[in-house]
Ligand binder design. Structure first.
Ligand code: GTP
Ligand code: SPV
Ligand code: MN
Length: 601
């Protein structure tokens, strides 16, 4: 299977719908002169265009059509084996000064970087089609909504963007004719998919992104991590709102009382699963609905935080997804979906490690090789992904399209920690909550290239996504808190604590409802909590663990604050803050001393 495909020649009426905005036309013309494509394809997002592009992608061997009885209208794509995850070491923030990018980002000088990238892009689309993809991020009537245009030479990117964003005519219309209107310029080229020529570069001051040498989701769907988070966070600070790596879910009680919470977990740490949670039987009448599974844009209205999901689709982790762990995700990917780097069965179905039922006796693995259950290699890549429209989700929140957003009652931080961090605790106030977010850590996953399973600090799950100086980002969080009068409570959760034998202590998934219920109780002002040095912990009887097969010892272990572990943890916080070279605000330095002082008491 291929990433790179030769030019297509659409019939008239497809791909020739040019927008009128002169700034867009000029920009596309410039990129065309540089990259020398065979032709230019203007996407309008119509069904006719969609059908044509799918057919071309199959013809060019970029997509394989799956069995229509098994997974209707769905396709498999295999990326280059050297190109299966985000590449943080090749991701750059190109601000005029290094200080603006800060200590946690790779920085490179804008003029030099443009010149290097233009060198790489010179003639890069020879013999290929240059696609222009107009899109908006955010509900059509939201004040937060942004327009972007992505140029790409990958038909897979076009088809993915059609699922992930509101794409085509809707964006052209929103941009209008004003050549001075604000919009994001994104240029993507596969080049030759060589890791040595792979760069993901952001120019926040120019609202511009250039991504070359990759065909993998997070690197090339420029709407997502590049615009909605890296450029988004930069704009958010300037304009007084927040762009966060958070899911947004609604939770409704049997009495019809509804809350919304936003939760920041690092990549592959459970956002999609939490956002689609189905409460266990014991919680009959409770309903969880999904607003978003990866990104939240939040603004203040009437002293309160309101969130929208800027996306229109899910780009989710496949392995481990099944009808037990996440039935709503299974239904979301049952039709009209793209699969990347999973296995193909002999009857044209998809398979992955952790799917329901027995493994197939034979399949083609994600690399395109024969696979049997005896193979040493995994059939699906650990970071294999689905791309599915939000409309497929049976529990999509009715206010998903609401431009004003949904009111946030609680913010939850969480990482993947085998030890130290209890199942759940609550911060004493906003400032302490910001400290919890700022000192968050998680074991690394397959979502980015590099070692897996190493504990690293990942403030607010934004380490790879904050488009400016992390110290200023912390300051922005503190400043937002000062503007709020109806302030969300802040919590920390850990679904991944391990006990003896390295087994997860907590069943997770649907049972996370039990933790969510305690969080909602706290928002409603009920008192069930014990004070600890790290924050408010649920007492043994504050968590509803009915009908759960969990012994007392495990519950104790899940909630334990081990003083020796925390001594080490606090030392790590200090080491992390110190490593940032003096940018951490005093308020957060003080928070650390206060935690230490509470332990000393
Ligand atoms: P990104 O899309 O990379 O941002 O990931 P995400 O945060 O949405 O993570 P996702 O929900 O896709 O989960 C990632 C992995 O964690 C999957 O393999 C899940 O099966 C697993 N996981 C999710 N929730 C839980 C949980 O509550 N307990 C356990 N043990 N594993 C979980
Ligand atoms: C993540 O890594 O946090 C993702 C997947 O959501 S990607 O879009 O590839 O970044
Ligand atoms: Mn993510």
């Amino acid at each position: 299977m291929k990433n790179i495909a030769p030019a297509i020649s659409p019939p008239s009426g497809i791909g020739d719908n040019k927008p009128a905005n002169q700034a867009v036309l000029d920009w596309v013309h410039e990129v065309e002169l540089l990259t020398k494509p065979e032709n230019v394809f203007w996407c309008d997002g119509s069904d006719r265009e969609h059908q044509y592009l799918l057919q071309e992608a199959v013809r060019q061997n970029v997509l394989i059509k799956l069995n229509d009885q098994k997974v209707p209208r769905s396709y498999l794509h295999r990326s280059n084996p050297n190109d299966v995850a985000r590449v943080e070491q090749f991701t750059f923030i190109c601000t005029p000064t290094k200080e603006e990018a800060g200590p946690t980002n790779n920085w490179s000088e804008p003029a030099e970087t443009y010149s290097k990238l233009h060198g790489l892009l010179k003639g890069a689309m020879r013999g290929r089609t240059l696609f222009v993809v107009p899109y908006i991020m955010g509900p059509p009537d939201s004040p937060l909504t942004k327009v972007g245009f992505e140029i790409t030479d990958s038909i897979y990117v076009v088809l993915s963007m059609r699922i992930m964003t509101r794409m085509g005519a809707i964006a052209v219309k929103r941009l209008g004719h004003d050549p001075a209107a604000e919009w994001n310029r994104g240029v993507h080229s596969l080049l030759d998919v060589d890791p040595a020529r792979r760069f993901i570069c952001h120019f926040p001051q120019d609202n511009t992104i250039i991504s070359v040498g990759s065909g993998y989701g997070g690197n090339v769907l420029l709407s997502k991590k590049c615009l909605a988070l890296r450029i988004g966070s930069y704009l958010a600070r300037k304009q007084g709102w927040m762009a966060e790596h958070m899911l947004i879910l609604g939770i409704e009680s049997p009495e019809g009382k509804k809350h919304y919470v936003a939760a920041a977990f690092p990549s592959a740490c459970g956002k999609t699963n939490f956002a689609m949670l189905i409460p266990p039987k014991h919680f009959a009448g409770w309903k969880v609905t999904t607003v978003g599974d990866d990104i939240a844009w939040m603004q203040i209205r009437d002293g309160r935080l309101f969130a929208v999901n800027p996306e229109n689709g899910y780009f989710g982790v496949v392995p481990g997804t099944n009808y037990k762990s996440n039935p709503n995700a299974m239904k979301s990917i049952a039709h009209d979906s793209l699969y990347t780097n999973v296995a193909l069965t002999d009857d044209g179905d998809v398979w992955w490690e952790g799917k329901d039922g027995p493994p197939p006796k034979h399949a083609i693995d994600w690399r395109g090789n024969d696979w049997t259950p005896d193979s040493k290699e995994k059939a699906a890549h650990p970071n294999s992904r689905f791309t599915a429209p939000v409309r497929n989700n049976p529990v999509l929140d009715p206010d998903f399209e609401k431009g004003d957003g949904v009111p946030i009652s609680a913010i939850i931080f969480g990482g993947r920690r085998s030890n130290t961090m209890p199942l759940v605790f609550q911060s004493f106030d906003w400032e302490h909550g910001v400290y919890l977010g700022a000192t968050m850590a998680s074991e690394t996953t397959a979502a980015a290239t590099g070692a897996v399973g190493q504990v690293r600090r990942d403030p607010m799950a934004m380490l790879p996504f904050c488009g400016y100086n992390i110290g200023d980002y912390f300051r922005h969080w503190l400043a937002i808190g000062k503007r709020l009068t109806n302030t969300p409570l802040i919590f920390n959760v850990n679904w991944f604590r391990k006990g003896e034998g390295g087994k997860f202590l907590w069943p997770g998934f649907g049972d996370n409802m039990r933790v969510l219920k305690w969080i909602i109780d706290r928002c409603e002002g009920s008192n069930g909590a014990l004070k600890s040095p790290v924050g408010w912990l649920p007492g043994l009887h504050d968590l509803d663990l009915a009908e759960l097969d969990l012994d007392h010892k495990s519950v104790d272990e899940l909630l334990e604050i081990d003083h020796e572990d925390w001594k080490k943890e606090l030392a790590e916080h200090k080491k992390f803050f110190d490593s940032l070279g003096g940018v951490v605000p005093d308020e957060l330095m003080k928070q650390r001393e206060e935690v230490a002082a509470r332990f000393a008491k």
